[in-house]
Design a protein. Structure first.
Length: 87
């Protein structure tokens, strides 16, 4: 189950990176953030918020245990806490 959680966490991080400045989906992310700020975080703006949605989809597709979603969310929260903030 830890393996699945780690896979989910890394996939969520990879999706999030695609929306960063200069990346392939930056314009979509900017548009979503301005037009639909409530939906933006679970779709691509916050790795902790994204985990249940993208993780749920992955668990449905691959038949992984649902508890791995919560573990992946915890992994992503730790990543957020340890990432230095930009000034």
């Amino acid at each position: 189950m830890i393996e699945y959680a780690f896979i989910i966490a890394m996939i969520v991080n990879a999706i999030n990176v695609c929306f960063w400045e200069g990346m392939i989906f930056q314009k979509i992310g900017d548009w979503m953030e301005n037009q639909y700020p409530t939906l933006w975080k679970p779709i691509g703006g916050c790795i902790a918020c994204m985990s249940p949605w993208w993780g749920g989809l992955l668990c449905l597709i691959f038949g992984w245990p649902a508890l791995s979603i919560i573990i992946a969310m915890g992994i992503n929260v730790l990543i957020l806490r340890w990432t230095p903030k930009e000034d």
